[in-house]
Design a protein around this ligand. Structure first.
Ligand code: CP
Length: 328
């Protein structure tokens, strides 16, 4: 990110959460630490804290979602906020209302935060630059650009199992070209000091400039997975592909689908992750997706705690208090 980072306020606190690129290691650790304490809220008889009582949050999903939309909704409810879920297919957008008019309409309802998923890269940044100053924007996935809350819940999951990023080799496998998750994860792993980040996939699904991010590229699963601690599998994003980038799904599965046989090349205690939705028999075999190395459903649960932490931080409910503590 060049120039002013609009994600941060003048005190360096999170105002918006738009991309991992441009954020510091201490800030990512702060998010992970807060998520750790929010993870216990789910275990209480009353699964709520009052941090965002009186705040109104709008979920604006211009693309389909299961995990991200519902865990943002649950996270908002756990924080005692009021949440609106705007169904774009039945909203005035389907009658031709332009984005800026939708935003003005929601501003008039005194919303405090917009959670935005959009097919266009940069949409969340654009919205953050347009909204009233009191409103915070969280990127829930923009085109091929970034999916920063997914990256943070994945970092949280890795930390639960592996502790020290500086000792880890992480392989990200599949359709890197179209993946906003891959981009956010590579930034997050780099910021957290991961020893080695590998990407594995066919030439057609690996972006040309990716080496500039310091990753090692492999086109063969057996060598790419050798002795890794973490395997992140990605879905083929057919909806973003233009032209024939793959011979067939069967051929893809033979070469890049994760099976227990291929997983034997990773470390014995390797964990297998996938942001979802998973396509069984395309990028991952059911035996692996449901097997003992898989932490895929843990990732979903961790999404609630991470999103609680980020929502509370952009609303200034926790990082300002932390700064006050530091000044005492
Ligand atoms: N991981 C993820 O973004 O999943 P959804 O599309 O279901 O939100």
């Amino acid at each position: 990110m060049t120039g002013k980072n609009i994600q941060l306020d003048k005190n360096g606190n999170l105002k918006h959460f738009l991309s991992i690129e441009g954020l510091s290691q201490p800030l990512l650790h702060t998010i992970l630490n807060y998520a750790e304490s929010f993870a216990t809220v789910d275990k209480r008889p009353v699964k709520k804290v009052p941090l965002l009582r009186g705040k109104t949050i709008a979920n604006l999903f211009f693309e389909p979602s299961t995990r991200t939309r519902t865990t943002f909704e649950l996270a908002a409810k756990r924080l005692s906020a009021d949440i609106l879920n705007l169904n774009i297919s039945t909203s005035a957008t389907s009658k031709g209302e332009i984005l800026s008019d939708t935003l003005r309409t929601l501003e008039a309802m005194h919303c405090d935060m917009f959670v935005v998923r959009h097919a266009n890269s940069g949409a969340a940044h654009y919205i953050a630059s347009q909204v009233a100053p009191h409103i915070s924007v969280i990127n829930a996935g923009d085109g091929r650009h970034e999916h920063p809350t997914q990256a943070m819940l994945d970092m949280f999951t890795i930390k639960q199992h592996k502790k020290d990023f500086t000792k880890l080799s992480v392989a990200i496998v599949g359709d890197i070209l179209h993946s906003r998750v891959a981009r956010s994860e590579i930034h997050a792993l780099n910021v957290l000091g991961t020893n080695e980040v590998r990407i594995i996939g066919p030439h057609t699904l690996i972006p040309k400039e990716i080496e500039k991010l310091g990753v090692h590229i492999y086109h063969d699963m057996n060598s790419g997975l050798k002795d890794v601690d973490v395997v992140v599998m990605l879905r083929l994003q057919r909806e973003r592909m233009r032209g024939a980038l793959l011979p067939s799904e069967d051929e893809y599965f033979k070469r890049y689908g994760l099976t227990n046989q291929k997983l034997k090349h990773a470390k014995k205690d390797a964990i297998v992750m996938h942001p979802g939705p998973i396509n069984r028999g395309v990028e991952i075999d059911s035996d692996v997706a449901d097997g003992k190395h898989s932490v895929i459903l843990q990732q979903v649960s961790h999404g609630i705690a991470i999103r609680m932490a980020i929502m509370a931080m952009v609303m200034g409910q926790i990082n300002r208090d932390e700064n006050k503590e530091k000044k005492k």
